[in-house]
Ligand binder design. Structure first.
Ligand SMILES: [Zn+2]
Length: 242
């Protein structure tokens, strides 16, 4: 079966002073048997210079394994899908990175336009905020496909995220950095069709994050949805024959 990593960070990180190179991602992919990789820029780098989105796109035209996602800037510009992006990354909009949401962003009149345009574009958005922010955002859209990373771990308690969005068919979750027991709780509750495998390189390694999913006590047919089919369905990409 084809395996696609739905969550990695590519390029330089301004805050960490390091860089995740194409070679490093491809090395981990080869080691893990992963054939394609979703890549997005680091938040700090994208905030310092939006041009990183274009650099990423340029790289993805050379590297056939890459599936580039657009970092949604603080101006709330929707994904320029025609350029070749397959999804977006929304990260603590105008908030404090990885620690607190800025609720004033929800009152920005641009938000309505962003959601409307994004519904039309119909590509998935990896969406990371606190639970209350995420709830307020998702109340505004029934159609937009939202992927909550880490089963919601960085925005609150995964169980609370699960309870809040269980009935929302447009809300998905990725497995990055989550334990296999927690992933299994999600599979039992919402099924395998709303869960995506992700490694979160460089914060996780592809091999161990993949082993986590492979170890789940479910059939290979169900694992295949988590490992590639859900991502393909969301992005409109086609399965690649091994
Ligand atoms: Zn990440």
């Amino acid at each position: 079966m084809e395996i696609i990593d739905s969550h990695t960070h590519w390029g330089p990180s301004v805050t960490m002073g390091t860089e995740v190179t194409t070679q490093e991602i491809l090395r981990q992919a080869e080691q893990s048997g992963v054939s394609r990789i979703v890549v997005f820029p680091f938040p700090s780098t994208a905030l310092a210079d939006e041009g990183i989105n274009q650099n990423l796109l340029n790289e993805a035209t050379k590297i056939k394994e890459f599936i580039p996602y657009y970092y949604v800037p603080e101006t709330m510009k929707p994904i320029p899908a025609a350029k070749g992006f397959y999804g977006g990354k929304w990260h603590w909009m105008r908030g404090i990175q990885d620690s607190s949401s800025n609720y004033r962003a929800l009152e920005d009149p641009k938000l309505g336009e962003f959601i409307e345009a994004s519904e039309e574009i119909d590509l998935p958005i990896v969406f990371e905020e606190e639970l209350a922010f995420t709830e307020a955002f998702i109340k505004k859209t029934r159609r937009l496909k939202i992927i909550i990373p880490h089963l919601g771990m960085l925005g609150g308690n995964p169980n609370d995220f699960l309870a809040a969005f269980k009935a929302r068919e447009n809300v998905y979750f990725d497995t990055a950095l989550a334990g296999s027991n927690m992933v299994m709780d999600f599979v039992k509750s919402i099924g395998h069709e709303r869960i995506l495998f992700g490694s979160d390189i460089p914060f996780g390694t592809m091999k161990s994050e993949l082993e986590n999913v492979l170890s789940l006590p479910i059939g290979d047919d169900k694992k295949e949805w988590i490992l590639s089919k859900n991502l393909l369905r969301l992005t409109g990409l086609k399965l690649r024959k091994a």
